[in-house]
Design a protein around this ligand. Structure first.
Ligand SMILES: NC(=O)c1ccc[n+]([C@@H]2O[C@H](COP(=O)([O-])OP(=O)(O)OC[C@H]3O[C@@H](n4cnc5c(N)ncnc54)[C@H](OP(=O)(O)O)[C@@H]3O)[C@@H](O)[C@H]2O)c1
Length: 301
C-alpha cells in the first residue's frame, strides 16, 4: 500500500482504543469513533459507519467489558461482543478491509495446568467469556482478512483497570485483600497497541503473503504470569513515588472470600508461541510493561 492506510478505530475512548490511536498516529489516517458516535449494539449504525468511512483496516477495540454486569445483561453483552464483530467481519469482507479484533483469556475455564494454546477447547465460565467466544466464531465464520488477538488482564495509563484501581485504593486504605488463586498475564494496553501496529504494518506491506498465511486467531499477552495479589504487590513496590511513599499492606485471599457475580478462571495464562512463530512479535514480560506504564503515569506524555 503506497499512501497512508485509512484506519477505523472503534472503542476509541477505551483503554486499548486510546493506545491504538497513539500507536498508529504517524503511520495512518485515523478515524477514531467511540460509543458517542456509533453504538455497536445497533447493526445499522455499524454497517453505515464502515460504508461511509471505507477503511483499509478496522481496529475493533470496542466491547462490553463489564464482566460482572454481563451476568445480568446478557442480551447487550451478546449484541456488542458477538453480533457486532460478525457484522464488522461482513463489512470488512465486502470492502476488502482488514479486521483486527480483540478477545479474551476468559474463553477458557482455567482447568489446564500449563499455558493455553489457540486450539485448546474453549469453555467460558461467564457470560462475558461466552459472548466474546461467540464474537470470535462469528468473525471466523465470515472469514476474509481478519486477525483476532486474545489477550488478558488489560491495564494501562487510562481507563478503568486494576492498576489504576490499586493506585486509588492505595491512597485511600491502610490494607487491601487481593485474590491470590487466579493466575494470568497482566497485559499493558501500550504493548498491545504497539504489537498490533507492527503486525498490521507487516500485513499491509504484504510481508506474509496471501491471506491464508496469516489470517486467524492468535494469543497476544505480555510474558510471564502472576496472581492478582502478586500483581498488586508489584504495583505497590514500584509505585512508591506515585503514592508519596504511603504503601498499603496487601493480604492474599482466596477468590472464595471475594465473591463476584461472574465466575473467573483460576488459570488463564495464554501461550504466545503462535504469534511469535507467525509474526516474529513478542510482547514484553509483564514486569517491564508495568514499569513502562508507571513511567507514563509519572511523566505524563
Ligand atoms: N480489560 C481487560 O482486562 C481485557 C481482557 C481481555 C480482553 N479484553 C478485550 O480487549 C478489548 C479492549 O478492551 P479494553 O480493556 O480497552 O476495554 P474498555 O476500556 O472497557 O473499552 C471498551 C470500549 O468499548 C466501548 N463500548 C462499549 N459498549 C459499546 C457500544 N454498545 N457501542 C460502542 N462502543 C461501546 C466502551 O464505551 P464506554 O466507555 O462508553 O462503555 C469503551 O470505550 C476488548 O475486546 C476486550 O474484550 C480486555
Amino acid at each position: 500500500m503506497s499512501s497512508r492506510p485509512r484506519i477505523l478505530i472503534l472503542g476509541a475512548a477505551g483503554q486499548v482504543g486510546r493506545e491504538l490511536q497513539r500507536s498508529f498516529t504517524d503511520a495512518a489516517e485515523i478515524i477514531a469513533r467511540g460509543r458517542d458516535t456509533v453504538d455497536l449494539a445497533t447493526p445499522d449504525q455499524v454497517r453505515a459507519l464502515v460504508r461511509r468511512t471505507a477503511p483499509d483496516v478496522i481496529l475493533n477495540a470496542a466491547a462490553y467489558t463489564a464482566v460482572d454486569r454481563a451476568e445480568s445483561d446478557p442480551e447487550l453483552a451478546m449484541a456488542v461482543n458477538a453480533q457486532a464483530p460478525g457484522i464488522l467481519a461482513e463489512e470488512a469482507l465486502h470492502a476488502g478491509a482488514l479486521l483486527v479484533h480483540y478477545s479474551t483469556d476468559y474463553v477458557f475455564d482455567g482447568s489446564k495446568a500449563g499455558p493455553w494454546i489457540e486450539t485448546d477447547k474453549a469453555n467460558p465460565l461467564n457470560v462475558y467469556g461466552a459472548s466474546k467466544l461467540a464474537g470470535e466464531e462469528a468473525i471466523q465464520q465470515v472469514g476474509g482478512k481478519y486477525l483476532i488477538f486474545r489477550t488478558s488482564w488489560v491495564y494501562g495509563p487510562h481507563g478503568k483497570n486494576f492498576l489504576l484501581t490499586m493506585l486509588r485504593l492505595g491512597r485511600e486504605r491502610e490494607s487491601l485483600n487481593i485474590v491470590d488463586d487466579q493466575i494470568g498475564a497482566p497485559t499493558s494496553s501500550i504493548e498491545l497497541a504497539d504489537a498490533t501496529l507492527t503486525i498490521v504494518n507487516s500485513v499491509l506491506a504484504g510481508r506474509f503473503g496471501s491471506t491464508d498465511n496469516w489470517a486467524g486467531l492468535y494469543h497476544m499477552t505480555c510474558g510471564g504470569s502472576v496472581s492478582w495479589y502478586g500483581f498488586a504487590r508489584a504495583i505497590f513496590t514500584r509505585a512508591q513515588a506515585l503514592l508519596d511513599g504511603k504503601i498499603p499492606a496487601v493480604n492474599p485471599i482466596p477468590a472464595s472470600e471475594y465473591p463476584t457475580p461472574a465466575k473467573r478462571p483460576c488459570y488463564s495464562v495464554l501461550s504466545n508461541e503462535r504469534l511469535y512463530t507467525r509474526f516474529n512479535v513478542r510482547l514484553a514480560p509483564w514486569e517491564s510493561a508495568l514499569d513502562e506504564v508507571l513511567r507514563r503515569l509519572t511523566i505524563p506524555q
